[in-house]
Ligand binder design. Structure first.
Ligand code: VGL
Ligand code: ZN
Length: 203
């Protein structure tokens, strides 16, 4: 079954949003086209409670994009974004969500962030996606969406760890880019065994 994982195509990650990915919305027409030729569509939705621990605003003296040490390791601090039920957390209105079969929400626990669609940032708490995919006999995933260097990258790395064959669709992802993190993300994904493709190859 041709399966597409669409990561975090939400208003806050698009131009005008509080954590806008440069040209984040440019992936939408490409993704809409991809959706037509896939059988199983899964979306993720960053879904934080107000005052989430990844927000710089709750850490005194800290600014967005600085890092802090959490119990589970290093954490980048972000502007407040994707707050549950806020307009910023909604999927971009141009994205065709009609065919989506499952929506995995993540980052809803106040004390842990979750970039990956498989595990939260402690690298232990599971989202249940592996079980869903295995139960449906799905072994291979095509990944697109936002942001290349955070939620896309972690979903790709964890998907490989969970034993899936992962293809990242190069022209259907965009990144934030902190200290060259986009370039590093591509290196990490490739060396972990991700297959990089362009959308025209998989339509
Ligand atoms: C993301 C930072 C914080 C992402 C989510 O979707 O890549 N990045 N929350
Ligand atoms: Zn987030």
């Amino acid at each position: 079954m041709k399966t597409l994982l669409i990561v975090d195509v939400q208003n806050d990650f698009c131009p005008g949003g509080s954590l806008a990915v440069p040209q984040g919305d440019s992936v939408i027409p490409v993704i809409n086209q991809l959706i037509e030729s896939f059988d199983c569509i899964i979306q993720t939705q960053d879904w934080h409670p107000p005052g989430h621990s990844s927000f710089a605003s709750i850490h005194e003296g800290k600014n967005p994009y600085e890092t802090i040490q959490m119990d589970y390791g290093e954490q980048v601090l972000w502007p407040d974004h994707c707050i549950q039920k806020s307009p910023g957390a909604e999927f971009h209105s141009n994205l065709n969500t009609a065919k989506t079969q499952v929506i995995i929400r993540k980052g809803f626990r106040e004390e842990i962030d979750s970039y990956s669609t498989f595990y939260e940032n402690d690298q232990q708490t599971k989202t249940g996606l592996t079980g869903y995919l295995k139960n449906r006999g799905i072994h291979e995933l095509h990944v697109c969406g936002l942001a290349t260097d955070f939620c896309v990258k972690w979903s790709v790395l964890d998907g490989i760890k969970e034993g899936f064959t992962i293809h990242v669709i190069k022209d259907a992802v965009k990144g934030i880019d902190i200290d060259d993190s986009i370039q590093k993300a591509w290196q990490e994904m490739k060396s972990a065994g991700a297959n990089v493709v362009v959308s025209s190859e998989v339509l």
